[in-house]
Design a protein. Structure first.
Length: 287
């Protein structure tokens, strides 16, 4: 099997991870079971409704520590729930599970699309106005040409795997101009798998590992990735900050590229959820 950039340093081992918690905090090893997995982290469920997130690679341990600092800064400042860190170590953090199901699991009805877009717009209006200082928050520019190169690499891998992705190359060649405005605090990975929903309302936002100062379009890309231009336009219509003319194009372009990343990862790992996410995003990019 070829090794991919997202492969973990070692296989998932709940007992070894529990021992890591025990050594770091001086407590008995918690009983952990697999709960979820992303590109950068494993999530395991522990006792009393706690979720434990572990960096899958040593290179990401610093990101997880910076995320912990940022989440503690953000507590009480946002209109939606975020993880409240209860325990943290060098390469893990733990918080009580937030209420709701991930948006990716729900049917994209017009009513849900409108409601989520409006609520996310209000959330982003607050987030993009915050200015954390002294927390090691990094710049996270999403340059369209860099996204294009990574997407083309993904398309080549998909082609070798026999996966056809018609019309995507034509869209990839429409590279928008790079953002030249002021950087704002962005979640930077605001996909439907990181937005929680209960009874048709957004209840929380998870996975802040990639957060930093960047292009505001990065946070609107997740809505375009989920439901295409209709969600993007709805959110932008209620956004509380000035919108530069190139923002919609950059958001749609990032959504297209992330759709390719998802499909590439899902195909290589054999995970049908990532394959579905990628296919849906690519279909939404054509809306």
């Amino acid at each position: 099997m070829p090794r991919h950039p997202w492969d973990p340093d070692r296989p998932l081992d709940p007992e070894a991870l529990a021992l890591r918690v025990s050594r770091a905090l001086g407590v008995p090893p918690p009983r952990l079971r697999p709960f979820d997995e992303g590109w950068d982290n494993w999530v395991l469920a522990g006792p009393r409704g706690m979720l434990y997130r572990f960096a899958k690679r040593a290179a990401e341990a610093d990101l997880l520590r910076r995320e912990t600092k940022l989440l503690r800064f953000l507590e009480g400042k946002l209109p939606l729930a975020i993880p409240e860190i209860a325990l943290a170590g060098r390469s893990f953090q733990a918080y009580r599970r937030l209420r709701g199901r991930v948006l990716a699991d729900l049917h994209r009805s017009p009513r849900l699309v409108r409601g989520v877009a409006r609520e996310m717009s209000g959330f982003l209006s607050v987030l993009h106005g915050l200015r954390p200082r002294g927390l090691g928050v990094r710049e996270v520019p999403r340059r369209p040409e860099v996204l294009r190169r990574r997407a083309l690499e993904g398309l080549r891998r998909l082609g070798r795997a026999g996966v056809k992705v018609p019309a995507v190359r034509r869209l990839l060649d429409r590279v928008p101009a790079e953002y030249g405005g002021p950087m704002v605090l962005v979640h930077n990975d605001l996909l439907s798998g990181h937005i929680l929903i209960a009874r048709g309302r957004v209840t929380g936002i998870i996975d802040w590992t990639d957060a930093g100062f960047g292009d505001p379009a990065a946070d609107f890309a997740g809505l375009a990735h989920w439901a295409g231009s209709r969600a993007l336009e709805e959110a932008l219509s209620a956004y509380g900050h000035p919108i530069d003319p190139g923002l919609p194009a950059r958001a749609r372009y990032a959504a297209l590229c992330v759709g390719i990343f998802d499909l590439d990862y899902g195909t290589a790992s054999g995970d049908p959820l990532w394959i579905r996410s990628g296919r849906q995003a690519l279909a939404a990019s054509c809306l």
